[in-house]
Ligand binder design. Sequence first.
Ligand code: PAF
Length: 277
Amino acid sequence: MQRLAKNWQRQRVRVGFVPTMGYLHAGHLSLVRRARRIVGAKGKVVVSIYVNPTQFGPKEDLSRYPRDFARDRKLCREAGVDVIFAPVDREMYPAGEGEEFSTYVVEESLSRGMEGAARPTHFRGVTTVVAKLFNLVLPEVAVFGAKDFQQAAIIRRMVRDLNFPVKIVVAPTHRERDGLAMSSRNKYLSPVEREQATVLSEALALAKKSVRRGAVSSVRLKADLARFVTNRPAARLDYVELFDPRTLQPVSKVGRGTQMALAVFFGKTRLIDNETL
Ligand code: PAF
């Protein structure tokens, strides 16, 4: 991959990159289209498909994470992707006596709350693998989805702090018709859970409505939202946060421009969503 990318660099070919863990859906394909629009018909669009083990906690869904490479390859072909980069674990994380992988990238400020608090080693795995992928694909631009708001903010920070010559573009969340944010993990939901999973986007809409009526106290709104979510029998709220989108610090007064994020369990499946209020 790196040899190919260096050749493109020498020929001044523009490269757009969409990192994924596979099991592609319409949301991923909208990121591919965005990358294509940026680099143009003469540019190259690379999609990586790699279920990165270092971003999963010991009790998370690494082994059952959905995988279907043949389907992903077909979707990539149809979407006009030039190259799929699909490494295996031993290439990304060499193991063996004296040769173990031992260098990690750690963002220390934006990764503390929300997903970072709920999944303590998650962002270390994300920043490490994204840094490695950037070094292998050498893209001019990389496109990420806004559904993972905190991830996008951390990657922007990493790119700035470590001087990666990569422009980060964050594309809007793609939603099902009933508002559920598209995610490879939606596949885990039972019919009843799938029906109740709209509670995430409904909670975001409820918060927006409250803010439209005027600024509200964060404590009050969070309590209302917690009640709203747990009214669905299949839903268990992990967190709901109201914060400044730049610093990711919690706010006490919620107004227009405040960012809201929430994580909700349905059985073992954990879904996230966020919006600017
Ligand atoms: O958002 C994802 O799918 C993953 O976190 C990423 C960015 C591909 C890194 O493994």
